[in-house]
Design a protein around this ligand. Structure first.
Ligand code: UDP
Length: 464
């Protein structure tokens, strides 16, 4: 399946590892539990990996847990603190702990009959961590995978890690995207460092020719569509043809033309992504120097169930956009992309990233930026903050790392330098694509999983 991009040798290695793994797995199932089916890096990655693993003949399933608004307020608090940010500043005391435990106990109870002793379970992120002991006592091999983290531990991060400590205790292994993210209390031998991957054939990353890119963006309402003739098509995950039909909600004085220099950031509406900083950096340090435009795009704010701050953050961006002087405001587009059809949404993101001359990911914290890998895969130079996983992703010569993500003038200068030097931008883009091919495609990821699960299957489950 991946052979076209990874070559025969890497494909053969993957098939050999998979065949060996299948025979050891027998009729056991690999379960993934996460908290949302749409938007965000975890959902994106699981959609891909579950498909690959099925193609390799391994029974891997993915179930989304349920929770109420109070539960997701608590988990968002954990999420923010693990990123060393105060978030809403609310408590993580006994009442929050009790509610968190109650919601996850109910989820675990509903799953008990499905998960069998010996099965392999991957619990994703703090939202599912509290199911660890229930599934361990069911006799499953449980691994907690944390997709987020901060480069250094502080009182704030430690408060979240202490909350999680009893709740992840007893798992057979722990996966982090970077070594620096691990809380100090976890034993080294149980920690696995596995970065995520992207799927080059998904609607998010598949090749789209430039006419199709323009058609998709014009149907979505993101560029001026007067000259569009193509229908705006993409290939769905199941192989069928899709067409973009739903418009985005677009806030703009004026739409970019297809030929204009374009800076794009695609992110959830999360303060950590600093969409407002991108807007101000662009308005103050890029817009006045040339004719470039900026598109800031994210999911329709109400669509992401486990992200209660999304609507508020979008509203802040909107207010900041209105506050821009008109000559700057007219160069910035805010868009919320419909999420009703995941593949269609992915095609829109794909088209935006391909239309971009430069891609920004000016996050204040980032476990691992899938959007960075996606942009790089499209051979675009990414200007990203030197935080978290982005530091590993933007290797020398593949993009520009910003030592201080709050330095808007440095951000603007990095963007301008690339817009003004298309040859350099292109060189970086080519190097970026090669770097992703080498490090962040599914075969590398799956082989790491097979090593981890192989080790666990050799051991007895902790409790049965
Ligand atoms: N994404 C999307 N539609 C949107 C906004 C984001 O599909 O409107 C995707 C984006 O392309 C990427 C993922 O959501 O695949 C975000 O993952 P990332 O690791 O960049 O950040 P996270 O949201 O996990 O913090």
């Amino acid at each position: 399946m991946l052979e076209g991009v990874i070559g025969a040798q890497r494909a053969e290695r993957l098939h050999t590892v998979a065949a060996d793994f299948r025979s050891r797995l027998g009729n056991r199932v690999i379960w993934n539990f996460s908290s949302t089916a749409v938007s965000g890096g975890v959902a994106e990655m699981l959609q891909v990996l579950v498909g690959y693993v099925e193609d390799l003949g391994v029974d891997m399933r993915w179930t989304v847990i349920s929770g109420d608004a109070d539960f997701f307020t608590v988990t968002k608090r954990l999420h923010n603190r693990i990123h060393n940010l105060p978030g809403d500043g609310g408590p993580l005391g006994p009442a929050e702990a009790a509610h968190y435990d109650e919601v996850l106990a109910a989820n675990a109870a509903a799953l008990r009959d499905q998960v069998r002793p010996g099965d392999l379970v991957l619990l994703h992120d703090p939202q599912t961590a509290g199911m660890t002991s229930a599934l361990v006592s069911r006799g499953a091999h449980v691994v907690w995978r944390c997709h987020i983290g901060a480069d250094r531990q502080t009182d704030l991060t430690r408060s979240a890690w202490e909350f999680l400590r009893p709740r992840i205790a007893g798992a057979d292994g722990y996966i982090f995207s970077r070594r620096a993210y691990t809380p100090s209390y976890l034993p080294d031998r149980e920690i696995w460092v596995i970065p995520p991957s992207i799927d080059p054939y998904s609607a998010k990353n598949q090749y789209l020719d430039p006419a199709n890119v323009r058609a998709i963006l014009s149907l979505t309402g993101l560029i001026d569509g007067t000259r569009v003739e193509a229908p705006g098509t993409f290939v769905r995950r199941d192989g069928s043809a899709g067409t973009v039909t739903r418009p985005a909600v677009v806030v703009a004085e004026d739409l970019p033309d297809a030929g204009e220099p374009l800076l794009v950031q695609v992110s959830r509406w999360d303060r950590l992504k600093d969409m407002i900083g991108v807007m101000r950096g662009f308005a103050d340090h890029v817009a006045g120097y040339g004719d470039a435009r900026l598109i800031l795009a994210g999911p329709a704010a109400a669509a992401v169930a486990d992200d209660p701050e999304g609507a508020a953050v979008y509203a802040e961006c909107l207010a900041a956009w209105h506050a821009l002087p008109i000559d700057r405001r007219s160069r910035v587009v805010l868009a919320t992309l419909p999420m009703a059809d995941v593949d269609e949404n992915a095609a829109m993101v794909n088209a935006l990233q391909r239309q971009a001359w430069v891609i920004a990911q000016k996050s204040l914290a980032e476990g691992f930026g899938l959007t960075v890998a996606e942009g790089m895969w499209k051979a675009r130079p990414v200007v990203g903050s030197a935080v978290g996983g982005i530091q590993d992703q933007i290797a020398e010569g593949t993009g520009i790392l910003l030592p201080d993500p709050t330095d808007l003038s440095a951000f603007g200068k990095a963007v301008r330098d690339l817009l003004d030097d298309p040859a350099r931008a292109e060189r970086m883009g080519v190097a970026a694509q090669a770097f992703v091919r080498e490090n962040y495609l599914g075969d590398v990821h799956l082989i790491r999983y097979a090593q981890l699960f192989g080790t666990l299957m050799n051991a007895e489950p902790r409790r049965s």
